[in-house]
Design a protein around this ligand. Structure first.
Ligand code: SF4
Ligand code: SF4
Length: 172
């Protein structure tokens, strides 16, 4: 966490309650800042803000800093943090609460938009290459089922996901 003087007037004391009110963030207030989540997070070495620091930002009311941190967008949702937290804080889920607020207020990062566009257009999170199909056949695995892209699109539209990823409305 970069060192910076923070004025009390910049703090949002209600932010932690906003997070705790959400289903994903309901455990956030139990944190005692022991650092076990960071010690066990596979990403913490490379993150600008570590898992326990994100929780600290929330508890202190550093709303802007927490919502601007890049770490949450690359959380692998592996839940090692929650496995090891002695207080039962579900840090990975708290990340979701933060991401939901950040998305509502300022949208999602460009890189994730591209990822979302791929899911929207193909119904798949990863491209199935010819190589992968051949390898499956060589291993005797069944062929992959066809993806019902239109049903997936309809579902995503209902959730207004298409608006989040700047996907143009298609006319029938
Ligand atoms: S392991 Fe749990 S109690 Fe410890 S810093 Fe992380 S969230 Fe807080
Ligand atoms: S869920 Fe996210 S924050 Fe928790 S250990 Fe995994 S990568 Fe780290």
């Amino acid at each position: 966490m970069s060192k910076k003087i923070v004025r009390a007037s910049e703090l949002d004391p209600d932010f932690k309650f906003d997070i705790a009110k959400t289903h994903e963030g309901e455990t956030v207030l139990w944190c005692v800042q022991c650092g076990m989540c960071t010690a066990n997070c596979p990403y913490s070495e490379v993150w600008d803000v570590k898992p326990h620091e994100i929780i600290k930002m929330i508890l202190l009311g550093l709303r802007e800093q927490a919502l601007n941190c890049k770490s949450m967008w690359t959380c692998a949702t592996c839940f090692m943090c929650a496995e090891r937290c002695p207080q039962g804080v579900e840090v990975g889920n708290v990340m979701f609460a933060l991401k939901n607020i950040a998305t509502k207020e300022r949208g999602i990062p460009e890189g994730l938009k591209l990822f979302g566009q791929q899911i929207y257009k193909t119904g798949l999170s990863a491209k199935i290459t010819g190589f992968r199909k051949r390898e499956r056949a060589n291993l005797g695995l069944p062929t992959l089922p066809n993806v019902d892209v239109e049903s997936i699109k309809r579902l995503l539209k209902k959730m207004k996901f298409d608006e989040l990823i700047d996907e143009e409305e298609e006319t029938a």
